[in-house]
Design a protein around this ligand. Structure first.
Ligand code: NAX
Length: 337
């Protein structure tokens, strides 16, 4: 038997954590044959809850789950891990300004970046889910630099990607497996730009442009992006309004899709959205953790090059870039840089 992958989930006592750990443990990410040790981290006041999750995972009697460790300190959490799902973050409390929330969260990710550098394998791959996800990933990568390459850090925009793909499928009258190459550009926030101009739909056995399959370009430039929050940009707020809790099942599934594709690769001719450090592609400042279309093979992502952007797209991308630059500067200030 191959030695098990050590997979860390932070915030494992939270609601995304509860859905996520089972999906990883039963092989949705690394395959049913890959042995896994799950390491669950949360803060000390959540130790009992964490233990409950650990017990339930044991009770799932999963053949490939060779161990479950519930821990409340960074050294035990990060030691020798292969993959990290960084979900744990501070929630917004009443009266808290956005700036205060950002500062509190980047301090968590500064500390976890340093812990990754000190304890994790240099090959560790990281997905940041906890918000503000892109900026948290930027800070985490910065404090792990020198030990873990920046390209091993990513933030999750796959939930937005999946939401966009599902909306295109509904509007085109196909199932979501027939939609590919939707793109989320930029930040995981309401400034993100969901773009279908390069997407394809398989309709009745032939591949057509998503724009013609949807047949409603006015909707694609407005309602699809955000009308009363029903579609992509503000879908999270709608879920909170309806469910009285934020997205958890779909967020966990998206995190699994993100790491699954990083591990297994993307099919020929397909790309997915992933927030990764910019190399300057499409004029995005280098180093910013920005959601791009990527292809993946042998565990390495590559930003899809040469996609044409019209004026509408350029304008939307400029807005989300500006927001990310502002967040970056606030985050660096909060870290005392
Ligand atoms: P919960 O509040 O249910 O769970 C968060 C857990 O993190 C709690 O158990 C908390 O104790 C723990 N935690 C806090 N600080 C920690 C630390 N320093 N180390 C380890 N654990 C810590 O939130 P949940 O609904 O699970 O959401 C988690 C995060 O995901 C939030 O920041 C949320 O905003 C973010 N989301 C990001 C999404 C994305 O697409 N990138 C979508 C879903 C979600 O909203």
């Amino acid at each position: 038997m191959a030695s098990p992958l050590r997979v860390l989930v932070t915030g494992a006592a939270g609601q995304i954590g509860y859905s996520l750990v089972l999906q990883i443990a039963k092989g949705d990410v690394f395959g049913k044959e890959t042995p896994i040790v799950l390491v669950l981290l949360d803060i000390p006041p959540m130790a009992a809850v964490l233990e409950g999750v650990q017990f339930e995972l044991t009770d799932c009697a999963l053949a490939n789950l060779t161990g479950v460790e519930a821990v409340t300190n960074e050294k035990d959490a990060f030691t020798n891990i292969d993959y990290a799902f960084l979900v744990g973050a501070m929630p917004r409390k009443e009266g808290m300004e956005r700036k205060d929330l950002l500062a509190a969260n980047v301090r968590i990710f500064k500390s976890q970046g340093a812990a990754l550098a000190e304890f994790a394998k240099p090959t560790t791959k990281v997905i940041v889910v906890g918000n503000p996800a892109n900026t948290n990933a930027f800070i985490c990568a910065k404090y792990a630099a020198g030990k873990i390459p920046a390209r091993n850090f990513s933030a999750m925009t796959r939930l937005d990607h999946n939401r966009a793909s599902a909306q295109v499928a509904i509007k085109s009258g196909v199932t979501v497996g027939n939609v590919k190459n939707v793109i989320i550009w930029g930040n995981h926030s309401s400034t993100q730009f969901p773009d279908v101009s390069h997407a394809k739909v398989n309709k009745n056995g032939s591949e057509v442009d998503a724009v013609s399959a949807v047949g409603d370009s006015a909707w694609l430039q407005s309602g699809f992006i955000s009308v009363r929050g029903v579609t992509v940009q503000k879908r999270g707020a709608v879920i909170i309004e309806r469910r009285k809790l934020s997205s958890a099942m779909s967020a966990a599934k998206a995190a699994c899709d993100h790491i699954h594709d990083w591990y297994k690769g993307t099919p020929a001719g397909s790309f997915v959205s992933m927030a990764v450090p910019s190399d300057g592609s499409y004029g995005i400042p280098e180093g910013l953790i920005f959601s791009f279309p990527v292809t993946i093979s042998n565990g390495e992502w590559k930003i899809v090059q040469g996609l044409e952007l019209n004026d509408f797209a350029k304008e939307k991308i400029a807005v989300t870039t500006k927001e990310l630059l502002e967040e970056r500067d606030e985050a660096l200030a909060a870290c005392g840089e």
